[in-house]
Design a protein around this ligand. Structure first.
Ligand code: NAD
Length: 368
């Protein structure tokens, strides 16, 4: 059988630096676990604009549609700030998400014990935390029509429309229930059914999907504002949180900060299954291109490496190998390895990006 295929799009700034470390991990799996990938690499964001005059070339887009998974670093940077909106680096990323129809955004919030002191919450509240937010990504108030700023009488009115179809809610709910089955089998769905009709429909459809096909999964519902409070009060009560685009945007950033540094946060965006059964998938760290530290070997590669761990689990059905990689990250952190973002000014000399990558590769080898 052909090796699974991965398209790597390192992008701009530290995107390229952290991706070098992911390549080391991919090579390790090929050499040690009989798990080889057909890896290709291309441009996205500012680097694509520099070469092609657009942030994502049509050929790259077509290739992204064909591979088993896309792994992206980060896009953007001050050199591109004055470009027209239509060719800004971020447009490359948005085009990928839109044309691949990646409707389920998965953001884990996992607190490694060694970093529990980094959280703004008390250690016992976050220590051992492992939750997953599933955010609907392609609909809702960011896309609904009508939208715009209109004249109304003698003043202007700004309008956005929260709009969800039953099928959009249905497929997001299924993504969350499927995930829960691979985790602790619990889904909490969040909306504002108390004040929004779209929330009432959301709750109805989630309940229907649950009763029809996922009755083995424990389902609860919560108003999203209460969900925000519960996330900072007692986050460990959750396993999978399912929510819409707007609430998910806010709740996932809130949950992310429970765990400390931006340099630690992976994500996945999944679409419908392809002919081979694998979902359309884009994996990327949550952070941006970090122009302030780019080119200095200071970037933490862990967010990008953990994004590859998500690819192992959700695209390649290699849950055990994903756990091996997450354990290797946990081990190096427990042993005291830190990049600069995980240290205070008095904490000694940080590891470089490549030293952190090497330490994780070493921990992988030690796991055999
Ligand atoms: P950023 O995430 O790039 O950086 C925010 C802060 O976190 C910076 O101080 C940075 O040094 C630090 N940081 C981020 N990732 C780190 C890592 N892996 N290791 C160590 N430190 C890290 O966000 P920003 O500064 O607001 O944006 C910079 C550029 O990135 C902008 O052009 C923005 O549009 C773009 N951006 C892209 C994405 C993406 O590609 N998905 C996401 C956010 C921002």
């Amino acid at each position: 059988m052909a090796n699974p295929s991965i398209l790597i799009l390192p992008g701009d700034g530290i995107g390229a630096e952290v991706m070098v470390e992911v390549r080391k991990i991919i090579d390790w799996y090929g050499a040690n676990r009989d798990l080889s990938f057909d890896v290709s690499e291309d441009l996205v964001g500012g680097s694509a604009y520099d070469k092609h005059g657009v942030p994502l070339h049509d050929d790259t887009m077509a290739h992204a549609q064909e591979v088993d998974a896309v792994l992206l670093g980060a896009v953007g940077g001050p050199a591109y700030d004055d470009l027209d909106f239509s060719v800004k680096p971020e447009r490359g990323l948005l085009r990928l998400r839109k044309e691949m129809d990646l409707f389920a955004n998965l953001r884990p919030a996992q607190c490694f014990d060694a970093l529990a002191d980094f959280s703004s919450l008390k250690k016992d509240i976050v220590s051992g935390l492992d939750i997953m937010i599933v955010r609907e990504l392609t609909s809702g108030v960011y896309f609904g029509e009508p939208r715009g700023i209109f004249e109304e009488g003698n003043e202007r009115v700004g309008i956005n429309t929260q709009r969800y179809t039953e099928s959009e809610i249905d497929r997001a709910a299924r993504a969350a229930f499927e995930l829960a089955r691979k985790r602790n089998n619990k889904v909490c769905s969040m909306e504002k059914a108390n004040v929004m009709e779209s929330g009432i429909l959301w709750r109805e459809v989630v309940t229907k999907v649950h009763q029809a096909d996922y009755a083995d999964v424990q389902l609860s519902h919560m108003y999203a504002d209460n969900g925000a409070m519960q996330l900072v009060r007692a986050p460990k009560q959750f396993d999978v949180i399912l929510t819409d685009n707007l609430f998910g945007d806010i709740l996932s950033d809130c949950a992310a900060m429970l765990t400390g540094s931006l340099g630690m946060l992976p994500s996945a965006s999944l679409g419908a299954p392809m002919a081979n059964g694998r979902p359309k998938a884009l994996y990327e760290p949550v952070h941006g291109s970090a122009p302030d530290i780019a080119g200095q070997g200071k970037a933490n590669p862990i967010a990008c490496i953990l994004s590859f761990a998500m690819a192992l689990r959700y695209s390649f059905d290699q849950g055990d190998e994903a756990t091996r990689l997450e354990n290797a990250v946990e081990k190096v952190l427990a042993d005291g390895a830190r990049t600069g973002d995980l240290m205070g000014p008095e904490d000694g000399t940080p590891l470089s990006t490549s030293q952190m990558g090497d330490a994780i590769v070493e921990a992988l080898s030690a796991s055999l």
